[in-house]
Design a protein around this ligand. Structure first.
Ligand code: HEM
Ligand code: HEM
Length: 195
């Protein structure tokens, strides 16, 4: 019989509450909504004909992408200093491994996608200010070839994130409708299973 000791989720301390805290749930859903908007605005910006609207779409896309990066850094700091809720006791070992792997890859994508976007923006050599206000420092030399190659990587990572999200959402729905445990419910914004 597998126990929670077999993964990165050790037995919680006595002060522990059963679900995700309000902070964890806020960060999960705020980042999720912003990322979905990022796909819509990113594709629109690329497809739009050259015009002031296209430039505005790119300002919104790059700015919100940097906001996502900042929120993900906060989320990782929160995660490193707090215990996640334990897995359901009947969750098999392979599912714990699969969930841990998928979550790790989701975090990696949430960092790598904004960073590659930042490199594309820098290599393009056009000065850029977040939400028309805060100048974004350059993290790469001006280089058109670099910008084109990393733009392809940025787009490919976006597709990889979509694949991960399909798996992630299917797993969440399976927990709720097939396994009938509380894994989805305890992550919902209105959940009352935690602080
Ligand atoms: C989680 C955050 C982000 C997501 C999900 C995302 C997603 C996308 C997607 C789906 C596209 C369209 C790709 C294509 O059609 O080839 C795109 C394009 C682009 N994104 Fe992002 N992006 C994010 C963050 C950023 C950031 C932070 C920046 C810059 C500071 C950025 C800069 C760009 C640029 C310059 C393009 C156009 C690339 C090209 O010319 O093909 N993105 N992004
Ligand atoms: C862009 C969208 C999303 C991203 C990037 C994302 C990312 C993540 C990550 C990284 C975790 C792991 C949390 C941790 O262990 O620190 C997580 C947990 C979770 N997500 Fe998402 N998620 C997204 C959307 C969704 C959606 C739409 C659902 C529901 C249908 C969902 C349901 C859950 C649930 C139930 C958990 C908790 C799993 C557990 O208790 O171990 N997520 N999510």
């Amino acid at each position: 019989m597998p126990t929670s000791r077999s993964t990165d989720r050790p037995d919680p301390p006595a002060s522990f509450s059963a679900g995700w805290s309000a902070v964890a749930r806020f960060l999960h859903w705020a980042i999720a909504v912003l990322i979905l908007a990022q796909f819509v605005v990113g594709w629109m910006a690329v497809a739009w004909r050259l015009s002031p609207t296209k430039l505005d779409l790119f300002v919104w896309h790059k700015s919100t992408g940097m906001l996502v990066l900042a929120l993900v850094v906060v989320r990782l700091a929160w995660r490193a200093t707090h215990h996640p809720p334990p897995w359901p006791s009947n969750m098999p070992h392979w599912e714990r491994i699969a969930a841990g792997l998928t979550h790790g890859l989701l975090y990696a994508a949430m960092i790598a996608i904004p960073l590659t976007g930042w490199v594309v923006s820098s290599a393009a050599g056009v000065p850029f200010s977040i939400y028309w206000r805060i100048p974004l420092p350059s993290i790469a030399p001006t280089d058109r070839h670099l910008a084109e190659v990393v733009a392809d990587v940025h787009g490919a990572l976006g597709i990889a994130l979509i694949v991960l999200l399909v798996i992630h959402v299917a797993a969440a729905l399976r927990h709720h409708y097939v396994k009938r445990d509380d894994v989805l419910v305890r992550m919902l914004p209105w959940s009352t299973t935690s602080r």
